[in-house]
Design a protein around this ligand. Structure first.
Ligand code: NDP
Ligand code: 2IT
Length: 445
């Protein structure tokens, strides 16, 4: 590792010793961009890395809300404005009981490079709360969202910070958040949030974008090897927004998807997952994946286990961080898996990534492979700014193009900096270079 990069890593470790997810994300990026610092001594002189690893602003706030029985609850709200060099802060909101500052910072840090890779004008941010939406009524969700926005509104804006969805936040929550923002500010600022509903300023294709984009990226990786997804057996984890549309596009391109999951367990359907049923159960009815078995009794439901034990050709982790550990990676490799493409953010532990790469498994890292979601969010911002809306096909074509550009850019940077075929190195260097260029141009701020 370049001595300057090593020095900054030690500073970050000292500054944030109790933030394991954040440190994991920083280590992975710093490790792979290290070669760049031999070619660009000016980056070290301007102390670019230390500046990049410290968020520009971190907002923490109390969220008080009342449940349907009149009990009063307190949660913690977060918004980490990580970097605004390339545009307004941009990134999702996560509502999940595991949310803490380390997770917010890892997600915000990753978002900087992901957003840079899209080639669009968006900075990096993340936010959310340790609120657990599971089992809550629509009214409770609404009251929570209103209380959350009761503080967040003063920090966001179409040219300042534009939140969107993530785990536990979909178009229902974005609707409640937007409605309350409008009421508080007396402004109909469509561009203040993305992932809005259809006909309500949301872009067609946003809902599908992360999953579709992830499969487009996998398709591009296979194409380089003269292969396709047709006829491949795929395992997908999760059954939320990203998983659902990853399954859909995999099926469209001729792969057979045999699994999906939630945090309770997984479904193995040897006949191929019934996409429409998963969509209905999870996107519309907000139910547990266990109910899939009621409609398809031939399938297997395995509680408390991970999908990675099912043999496959290609694997798509689409649930959450660190869901593939070293042992899962060994199992996948032993069973013949040839490609892993990350729909979720940092779903693969560091050692597992290296195991995949050293065993010749094609590995598509999250910040490149799942950038389709935020890219279409930026397209939503463009449509809102122009008070127009594009057709689904128009958005999907743009998404296809953006994913191909990201893929090619990764390949190109990996090759240029001595790691041909290494998409992790390619994505980190390509994402970093654009941000560093902006930071150098804007001076010491
Ligand atoms: P959803 O809330 O729609 O779905 C999340 C899915 O992952 C659910 O099936 C959920 O199961 C499962 N899950 C969540 N946490 C855990 C956990 N700790 N252990 C096991 N399973 C878990 O979220 P998304 O589909 O939007 O997000 C999934 C991943 O994709 C996240 O990593 C997110 O950051 C990333 N992502 C999302 C984008 C988007 O546009 N939405 C864009 C880019 C990345 P359960 O219901 O039991 O909690
Ligand atoms: O991780 C992500 O890229 C997202 N959750 C989407 C962010 C966005 O602003 O659309």
């Amino acid at each position: 590792m370049h001595p300057y990069v090593k020095k900054v890593l030690a500073i970050v470790e000292k500054r944030s010793p109790h933030e394991p997810e954040f440190l994991q994300a920083v280590r992975e990026v710093l490790d792979s961009i290290s070669p760049l610092f031999y070619a660009h001594p000016e980056y070290a002189k301007a102390n670019i890395l230390d500046r990049l690893c410290e968020p520009e602003r971190q907002i923490l706030f109390r969220v008080v809300w009342e449940d349907d029985s009149g009990n009063v609850h307190v949660n913690r709200g977060y918004r980490v404005n990580f970097n605004s060099v390339l545009g307004p802060y941009k990134g999702g909101l996560r509502f999940h009981p595991s949310v803490n500052l380390s997770i917010m910072k890892f997600l915000g840090f990753e978002q900087i490079f992901k957003n840079s890779l899209t080639g669009l004008y968006i900075g990096g941010a993340k936010g959310g709360s340790d609120f657990d939406p599971k089992g809550r009524s629509d009214d409770e969700i609404m009251r929570f969202c209103q209380s959350f926005m009761g503080e967040l509104w003063r920090h966001i804006g179409a040219n300042t910070d534009v939140p969107a969805g993530d785990i536990g936040v979909g178009s229902r929550e974005i609707g409640f958040l937007f409605g309350y923002y409008k009421r508080l500010t007396n402004r109909f600022d469509l561009g203040v949030l993305t992932g809005k509903g259809e006909g309500l300023g949301g872009s067609l294709g946003r809902k599908q974008a992360t999953g579709f984009g992830c499969v487009y990226f996998a398709d591009d990786m296979l194409q380089v090897k003269g292969d396709t997804l047709k006829g491949k057996t795929a395992v997908v984890s999760g059954s939320g927004n990203v998983a659902i549309y990853t399954i859909k596009k995999l099926q469209d391109l001729g792969a057979k998807v045999v699994t999906c999951s939630d945090s309770d367990g997984y479904i193995y359907d040897p006949n191929g997952i019934d996409f429409e049923l998963v969509r209905q159960l999870k996107e519309v009815e907000h139910k547990r994946i266990l109910e899939y078995k009621e409609k398809h009794p031939h399938c297997t439901y395995k509680p408390g286990s991970k999908v990675w034990e099912i043999p496959c050709d290609v694997a798509f982790p689409c649930a959450t961080q660190n869901e593939i550990n070293l042992q899962d990676a060994q199992t996948l490799i032993k069973n013949g898996c040839r490609l892993v493409c990350e729909g979720a953010n940092m779903p693969t532990e560091y050692e597992a990534v290296h195991l995949f790469q050293s065993n010749g498994v094609l590995f598509g890292p999250a910040k490149a492979a799942n950038a389709g979601g935020v890219a279409v969010s930026a397209l939503e911002m463009q449509q809102n700014a122009a008070l127009t809306s594009w057709s689904f096909d128009e958005v999907d074509l743009k998404l296809r193009d953006i994913m191909k550009n990201i893929h090619d850019h990764c390949i190109c940077c990996a090759e240029q900096y001595g790691s041909p075929g290494n998409y992790v190195v390619g994505a980190n260097i390509a994402g970093f270079k654009r941000v560093a260029h902006g930071m150098m141009a804007y001076g010491i701020i």
